[in-house]
Ligand binder design. Structure first.
Ligand code: NAP
Length: 278
């Protein structure tokens, strides 16, 4: 039997086993996806274990997404730009690191827009998820990308780091300009950690009111948040974070197996697992 799994600390909450085991089953692949709980002291040994026969690869989550890089034989250009690896592919005795979050974000957005990328985007939050979102927007050629964060220095540093020659610039804006920037944004992404509880909003409700009527509102949390409800109430197109999770998993699955990911089966499994948990 082939194996893959999730390396991180903690991992018990993950929806990935449901998603990937459903995919293996749908395609009749004799493989299993496991939770590989790994504390920092054990990371080296865990990564070495991926070189064994029958291992397809692994997903990597906090706190190892950056520290895993020097332990691998190579990393993709996207993973290098984002500065983190969420997928390791074991191929011909070598371990390759990739980051499928940017792909997952782009596919999730494309599902809502019919494949058209918005020409402007406002990203709120400057942590790890924001890096993947910004990289995806740059790779798609979105002309105007604005970044706002509670701690402005983090937004400024991230914008400077990701703005490289030959790709669209990311402009860090102060929180005080949020509403003004929102009035020109065809996409707004909540990439803060706000939204998992109750009716918490990442910013004032006025920001949703300020958006153009053709804007898309995306929340990286997996639930129908207060922000998404407000946006739907205004008639804006919305998407939560589950499609991004599913598409990043689908891409990892394709890199491991060389087969097209059965996205429908993965979606059903993830939604069932999430509903059972909620
Ligand atoms: P992170 O690295 O910890 O960054 C958290 C961000 O949220 C920072 O920008 C932080 O601002 C901001 N923030 C925290 N509390 C805030 C508050 N009270 N008001 C305003 N901003 C606040 O987290 P992450 O890994 O980027 O994850 C961000 C979100 O994306 C999480 O909800 C995570 O679950 C989700 N996510 C979803 C997917 C998916 O596939 N759907 C993938 C990855 C992550 P400061 O810099 O000021 O602290």
């Amino acid at each position: 039997m082939l194996m893959s799994g999730l390396i991180g600390d903690p991992v018990a909450h993950s929806l990935s086993p449901s998603m990937h085991n459903a995919a293996f089953q749908a395609l009749g692949i004799d493989a299993r996806y496991e939770l590989w709980h790994t504390v920092t002291a054990d990371l080296l040994l865990r990564i070495a274990s991926l070189r064994a026969e029958g291992i397809l690869g692994a997903n990597v989550t906090v706190p190892h997404k950056g520290t895993v890089i020097p332990l691998l034989d190579d990393v993709s250009e996207t993973a290098r730009r984002i500065g983190s690896v969420n997928t390791v592919i074991a191929r011909d005795g070598r371990l390759l690191g990739d980051n499928t979050d940017a792909y997952g974000f782009g596919r999730a957005l494309g599902d809502v827009t019919g494949g058209t990328m918005p020409r402007s985007a406002l990203v709120v939050g400057a942590g790890g998820a924001s890096r993947a979102v910004l990289t995806s927007l740059q790779e798609a050629g979105v002309a105007d990308i604005w970044l706002v964060n509670r701690t402005p220095e983090r937004a400024e540093a991230l914008a400077a780091e990701l703005t490289e020659p030959g790709c669209p610039a990311i402009v860090a804006e102060p929180w005080s300009r949020l509403e003004e920037v929102a009035s020109s944004a065809r996409l707004v992404v909540n990439a803060t950690s706000i939204g998992w509880h109750g009716d918490d909003l990442p910013f004032g409700a006025g920001i949703i009111d300020a958006l153009p009527r053709d804007a898309v509102v995306m929340d990286l949390t997996y639930r129908l948040t207060a922000m998404l409800r407000l946006a739907s109430g205004r008639g804006l197109r919305t998407v939560d974070g589950l499609p991004m999770l599913i598409h990043q998993g689908g891409r990892a699955f394709e890199l491991w197996t060389g087969q097209n990911a059965p996205i429908e089966a993965m979606t059903q499994a993830v939604r069932e697992a999430y509903a059972a948990r909620a």
